[in-house]
Structure formats: structure tokens, C-alpha cells
Design a protein around this ligand. Structure first.
Ligand code: ARG
Length: 259
């Protein structure tokens, strides 16, 4: 009699376990889509910034683009905010699967990470207070010039510095450069034109001019760890989005059609 009860109990338990199993399998299929971690530096409107109107959510062109491609490939996306200068390392150390941060694919970075094709082109812009007398690159001589730490704008400033001696100051976040300019601690800052534009609109005392000759000198691409299988997959989807106009739609949404 005892044996029968035990057998019965075991049988009932396994039915229960089976049921539990299959139901958890169902939920895991729906909810547990593979997650990709995207690292970014959310100080760069309209590419990526913290939207205080949406409870501090990180939004922007890069977030929309990454979400669109990840969804097409069957992934979910988790966005991780950090300083721009830490992004390449986050890929190398496996903390992130991809980086979208308006990042330019430079030869030096290509030694450490792989890049997709360029998805948006931009130029260098020098911004300063109106009436500062800074109207050409030559005018930076002897001035204090702010740049984002680890950016190609920092490299540009160092290059210019060889022929036009200036004092270069680094900051981690773009809004800090703007604050230093407004406070008069910097005479100028070098920022990408598409990002500077938004700050100039909000800060009427500031003005700027572009200095690049090549269109995609400061362009943006998606970065991946070296030899990631994602690079080709994302690039394929990016190509399709370029061809079918979906990318252009996002550009219009975030940059107002500026190309
Ligand atoms: N395009 C420049 C670079 O690659 C600046 C990018 C800065 N991005 C940012 N999210 N703050 O160096």
C-alpha cells in the first residue's frame, strides 16, 4: 500500500513538473529573446541623450537604428551608458556586444574593434561665443580649446596644435564643453557639426563654423568586438535600410533631413 502511494505521489509530481516545464518553456520563448548589450555615451543629441521628459530614458538616432536592426535579427537591445573614452574597452572586455555612439571608424580604432559601414556623415565644427573673433582655424592660436576625451575631435585639436599653438582641454561629456564655453573658461570647442547644431540652437550666445573638407571625415559607424559574427549581419541589414529608405526616415526624424 505504501509503495502505491509513493508511486502515485511520484507520478503526480512528474505530471506537475512536466506542466511546469512546458509552461516555463513557453514564457521563456516569448520573453527571453536573446539580448544584445549596446554601449553608448548618452551625451550626444540627437545621436543619444537622456530624455528627462521620458523619465531619464536614453533616446536618439543611434538607439532607434540599433533597435531596428536588432529586432530584424531577432534580438532585444539593452543600452548601457558610459563615458565615450571607455567604449572601445567595453567591447574588448566583453561588457558590450556593440557600440553606437556616433563613433567614427578610424584606422587606430580598427586595430582594436571592427566597424560596420558608415551610416551618417558629419564634419568638424569650431564653436565659440558670438563676437569672440574666432572665425578661422588660425584664430585658435593661443586660445583654450575644449574637446571630448578620446574623440577624433581631440586628435584633430592635437593635429592643429602642431602648426597653430593652442591650449587643449579635455572633458568627458559634451555638455561640459558647452558649460565651460559659456562660462568663458574655454575660448572654443571642437564638436561634430550635426551635434553642435542642436547646442547652438539652445545657446544663442554661441556660434560656429565647419572645417572639414572630406564629407565623411567625421562619419559614424557601428563598432563590434574583433571578429564578432554580428558585424556582417548588422551590415547586411544596414545596407537594406539604406536601400529601402528606412535609414533616411530615421535621419529625417532625428536630424530634420540634414544629410
Ligand atoms: N565622432 C567622434 C568620434 O568618433 C565623436 C563621437 C562622440 N560620441 C559621443 N556619443 N559622445 O570620436
Amino acid at each position: 500500500m505504501k509503495k502505491v502511494i509513493i508511486l502515485l505521489a511520484v507520478a503526480m509530481m512528474s505530471v506537475g513538473m512536466l506542466a511546469a516545464c512546458s509552461s516555463s518553456e513557453n514564457t521563456s520563448k516569448a520573453a527571453d529573446k536573446k539580448v544584445l548589450v549596446m554601449a553608448t555615451s548618452a551625451d550626444y543629441p540627437p545621436f543619444e541623450y537622456v530624455d528627462t521628459n521620458q523619465g531619464g530614458k536614453i533616446v536618439g538616432f543611434d538607439i532607434d537604428l540599433a533597435n531596428a536592426i536588432a529586432t530584424k535579427l531577432g534580438y532585444k537591445l539593452k543600452v548601457k551608458d558610459m563615458d565615450f573614452s571607455g567604449l572601445i574597452e567595453s567591447l574588448k572586455s566583453g561588457q558590450a556586444d556593440l557600440v553606437l555612439a556616433g563613433m567614427t571608424p578610424t584606422p587606430k580604432r580598427k586595430q582594436n574593434v571592427d566597424f560596420s559601414d558608415i551610416y551618417y556623415t558629419a564634419k568638424y565644427m569650431i564653436i565659440s561665443k558670438k563676437g569672440s573673433g574666432i572665425n578661422t582655424v588660425q584664430d585658435l592660436k593661443g586660445k583654450t580649446v575644449g574637446v571630448q576625451l578620446g574623440s577624433i575631435q581631440e586628435t584633430k585639436a592635437k593635429d592643429l596644435n602642431k602648426t597653430i599653438p593652442m591650449k587643449i582641454e579635455d572633458r568627458n561629456r559634451i555638455p561640459d564643453l558647452i558649460e565651460e564655453l559659456k562660462a568663458g573658461r574655454f575660448d572654443a570647442a571642437i564638436i561634430e557639426d550635426s551635434v553642435a547644431k542642436g547646442f547652438l540652437e539652445k545657446n544663442k550666445q554661441l556660434t560656429g563654423f565647419t572645417i572639414s573638407d572630406k564629407a565623411d571625415e567625421a562619419g559614424s559607424a557601428i563598432a563590434f568586438p574583433k571578429n564578432s559574427s554580428l558585424t556582417a549581419k548588422f551590415n547586411d541589414e544596414l545596407k537594406k535600410m539604406k536601400e529601402d529608405g528606412e535609414l533616411q526616415k530615421l535621419i529625417v526624424k532625428w536630424f530634420g533631413g540634414m544629410k
